[in-house]
Design a protein around this ligand. Structure first.
Ligand SMILES: NC(=O)c1ccc[n+]([C@@H]2O[C@H](COP(=O)([O-])OP(=O)(O)OC[C@H]3O[C@@H](n4cnc5c(N)ncnc54)[C@H](OP(=O)(O)O)[C@@H]3O)[C@@H](O)[C@H]2O)c1
Length: 320
């Protein structure tokens, strides 16, 4: 039983020898990040697992024994910019070049009230976007040193919103002080931010060896949203019989990340949005996804908004 609509990464790419290549994957201990890491290690790559719980990463890394590649585990809590800076420092003490940076980690605040990171960002955008923003900026020179640097950041179908309600990043009220809070609305905005960041980076890095992308991985049966409210657990229980037909295993959901990291064609589409099939798109014509596809949300394709977001982000994380 599988989702027949899935888009698969080219088999030959998944057999390519990656020995000598180094990758950083955030949230590498679970779900899509874990399967992306496992595949890179299988192919002989070295993966720096950037995880907020190194013990959890060490536990799953036991599964990699006997595979061709290797891993290193470095702590990185994206909800704490000091932890991101400490990660970058530890990284630079050991490594000079990375061939791929997959900003995979993410979560949705399951509370109906906003929660905040250590540095005062609304939690969902703080982790998915601001933590990754600082991490990326601090690692960018190492990525530029690769002859074929690949950058991916996880977005979501949710960023698309609906024709009546397209999410956008509210730079003037990032913490919902003057708006009603909706946790899934905050998730949608956070994923508009990650989509815009891939676009801005591609523009800034024109002429370099780095290719960027934002990614919707599909509906992954990972640990995402576990521990959510009772209504959500009940809905998931009721959907159980149809889930295998409309959702994907974490390995299936890692296909888009692998394509972005390894395919030649991804280099022709730097900055684009790569989406797995998803029946969750409210714009029905988007459901088949595409590598790449045009986001139906104009706010996620707006380079001017992306530049404004990055300028503000530099200020907020203390880079300017
Ligand atoms: N699942 C889906 O259907 C779906 C759909 C669209 C997009 N996505 C996106 O895909 C990405 C991967 O999600 P998943 O489905 O694989 O979920 P998952 O199994 O819950 O994995 C999420 C990963 O993010 C890490 N993370 C959470 N907060 C963090 C923090 N403060 N610092 C560092 N790492 C943190 C988690 O670490 P811990 O284990 O320590 O919590 C975990 O490793 C996310 O960006 C998500 O938004 C998922």
């Amino acid at each position: 039983m599988a989702n027949k609509n899935l888009i698969w990464c080219d088999k030959a790419l998944l057999e390519k020898d990656l020995s000598g290549k180094a990758y950083v994957v955030t949230g590498a201990n679970s779900g899509v990040g874990l399967e992306t890491t496992r595949q890179l290690v299988k192919q002989g790559g070295h993966v720096i697992m950037a995880c907020r719980r190194p013990d959890a990463a060490a536990e799953v890394a036991k599964e990699f024994v006997g595979l061709a590649g290797t891993v290193d585990i470095l702590r990185c809590d994206l909800a704490d910019l000091d932890s991101v800076r400490a990660f970058a420092e530890a990284f630079h003490a050991k490594y000079e070049v990375i061939d791929g940076l997959m900003c995979n980690a993410g979560m949705v605040n399951m509370d109906s009230k906003p929660a905040f990171t250590k540095d005062g960002f609304e939690l969902t955008i703080g982790i998915s976007y601001f933590g990754h923003f600082l991490l990326t900026e601090l690692l960018l020179d190492a990525l530029k040193k690769s002859p074929d640097g690949r950058y991916g950041i996880l977005s979501s179908v949710v960023h698309a919103g609906s024709p009546k309600n397209r999410y956008q990043v509210h730079l003037d009220d990032l913490n919902f002080e003057r708006r009603d809070y909706s946790n899934f609305g905050a998730y949608g905005e956070a994923k508009v931010a990650t989509t815009l960041y891939a676009l801005e980076l591609a523009d800034r890095l024109q002429g370099s060896n780095v290719t960027t992308a934002s990614i919707h991985p599909g509906w992954a049966r990972s640990n995402f949203g576990k521990g959510g409210p009772a209504w959500m657990r009940a809905a998931m229980f009721l959907m159980k019989p149809i889930l295998p037909f409309v959702s994907d295993s974490s390995w299936e959901s890692a296909q888009t990340s692998m394509h972005v990291l390894l395919s030649e064609d991804a280099r022709n589409h730097s900055g684009a949005y790569f989406s797995q099939y998803s029946f969750l798109y409210q714009d029905k014509e988007c459901r088949k996804g595409g590598w790449p596809m045009e986001s139906p949300n104009p706010h996620a394709r707006d380079l001017k908004a992306a530049k404004a977001l990055v300028a503000k982000s530099r200020e907020l994380v203390g880079l300017s």
